[in-house]
Write a protein that binds this ligand. Structure first.
Ligand code: NAD
Ligand code: G6P
Ligand code: MN
Length: 447
């Protein structure tokens, strides 16, 4: 019998919370729960999701104690895991992050370029607050953090809370590995054993094997060269297996061009913002960005389905479901709780994992996860091209965190200037000044 665990989901009102709840319920044999709590600083928003999840839990796993609260003392006491996914400023501020740079023909993106930097300056405060609550009320707990921009958040926690038990994670490699599995005819991304290195939203695969050790790279490269991680468009039966929205379909297809730059590796989709920023700007509607799509689709769908469940008083025929995003965080909690020694990509302090990158960079590499935490695997030396790109982007992220801590306008300007998405110091300043104005309720006051 596995010992039961207690979890708090911080950002209970997130569009991802219900999916994680569905996954937790489906995993009661592998990750049994004593209690599940929701914590959010927006009572009304969280209540919509919590009321529906309470019904789901009553119907499917009534033994789990459930509480939704805005009180940190209640939320963070007696928990083993904090699953965090907050969005400081909400999707409305994401919209600003995306639209302001576009005014100057610069990439406007949630986590990359100036938008990601602006979001980082908001997020640090919120995530540090969660860590402090966890350390006060459940000092032995682990925080598994999805809150973005994960690389800036990771660097900030490394500097500001160096001993915190936080693991920063990303679901993008997980989703790409599912795409790879589809391409080669495997059932799940979990059937793949990989070697990968880089930063969050900024990395490369050097090896992709199946569980028997067969090399899948040649077959994947053949496919990626023509279709990116998208489906084979020459076949009739290529219904989009991942049921992605068009903007994601385009992102998966654009990998073809990212791959062309370095055909020795397979890339993360997010590299398009750094390698093809001009293309991205040309193909983005500055009046209707991804934030608008998310508000019109995921947010609207999740919240209307939650209201629907509450109104009907039952979730028996609910359309809410758990995906890879939820699977990954629940798998990680299970590995830490029950010592499974699974191999997972995590964002950790380098300390030699990438031999020729600074020890104090926060990198994304495979780790072995067990009761004692995570142990990064050594990825060896990397080529000049990737090393150059990584050093540039690590410096951007470090400058953002220094700017936050020192409240330095100058350092933040340098961070934007150094980003490969920004053409000049002049444009960097124009974008920064607009972002600063839009973020005055969230950023530390800079001088
Ligand atoms: P959302 O706005 O729907 O949900 C975020 C919730 O956090 C809201 O209910 C909000 O009220 C709450 N919140 C904001 N600040 C808070 C604070 N300081 N304390 C407590 N609660 C707070 O956003 P979403 O689209 O569901 O995304 C949630 C987060 O997950 C975002 O940061 C997103 O980027 C991130 N995410 C990360 C990955 C990854 O790969 N790391 C994948 C998916 C989503
Ligand atoms: C992937 C990334 C996340 C990012 C999300 C954005 O899952 O790994 O870090 O937040 O995409 O997706 P969205 O649907 O909100 O644009
Ligand atoms: Mn991510």
């Amino acid at each position: 019998m596995l010992e039961k665990k207690s979890v708090v989901i911080a950002g209970g009102g997130s569009t991802y919370t219900a999916g994680i709840v569905m996954m937790l319920i489906n995993n009661q044999d592998k990750f049994p729960l004593k209690s599940l709590k929701f914590y959010d600083n927006d009572f009304e928003r969280q209540k919509v999701v919590a009321d529906a999840c309470e019904i789901i839990i009553k119907e499917r796993a009534p033994e789990i104690e459930f509480v939704a609260t805005t009180d940190p003392a209640i939320a963070f006491s007696d928990v083993d895991f904090v699953m965090a996914h907050i969005r400081q400023g909400g999707l409305k501020m994401r919209e600003m992050d995306e639209k302001i740079p576009m005014k100057y023909d610069v990439v406007g993106q949630e986590t990359c370029g100036p938008g990601g930097i602006a979001y980082g300056m908001r997020s640090i405060t919120g995530v540090i607050e969660l860590i402090d609550y966890m350390e006060e009320y459940s000092p032995n707990a682990w925080m598994l953090n999805y809150s973005n921009p994960a690389s800036i958040v990771a660097e900030a926690t490394r500097v500001l809370r160096p001993n915190a038990k936080i693991i920063n994670i990303c679901d993008m490699p997980v989703a790409i590995k599912q795409g790879m599995a589809d391409i080669v005819g495997l059932k799940s991304g979990n059937d793949i054993v990989d070697r990968y290195y880089g930063l969050n939203h900024y990395g490369w695969w050097t090896e992709v094997l199946d569980k028997d050790g067969n090399d899948l790279m040649p077959q994947l490269k053949e496919h990626v060269k023509k279709f990116g991680y998208g489906p084979d468009t020459s076949k009739d039966d290529n219904d989009n297996p991942l049921l992605m929205e068009q903007s994601w379909v385009d992102t998966f297809a654009k990998v073809k061009d990212i791959y062309a730059v370095d055909p020795d590796t397979l890339p993360n989709t997010y590299l398009k913002y750094y390698l093809y920023p001009d293309y991205v700007v040309k193909h983005t509607d500055p009046t209707h960005t991804r934030a608008n799509e998310v508000m019109e689709n995921r947010e609207k769908n999740v919240f209307s389905e939650c209201r629907n469940i509450t109104k009907k008083g039952t979730a028996q025929d609910t359309t809410l479901e758990a995906g890879e995003h939820a699977e990954f965080i629940v798998q990680l909690a299970g590995a830490l709780a029950y010592n499974t020694h699974e191999r997972m990509l995590l964002i950790v302090e380098n300390n030699g994992a990438i031999a020729n990158v600074d020890d104090d960079a926060m990198v994304e590499v495979p780790c072995i996860v067990s009761k004692r935490g995570y142990e990064p695997l050594a990825m060896g030396k990397i080529p000049t091209f990737q090393k150059g790109m990584i050093e540039q982007q690590v410096s951007v992220e470090k400058l953002v965190v220094q700017a936050y801590i020192e409240k330095s306008y100058q350092k933040l300007w340098k961070a934007l200037t150094l980003s490969a998405t920004v053409p000049s110091a002049e444009v960097a300043k124009l974008v920064l000044d607009d972002l600063q104005e839009a973020n005055k309720d969230y950023w530390p006051e800079l001088s």
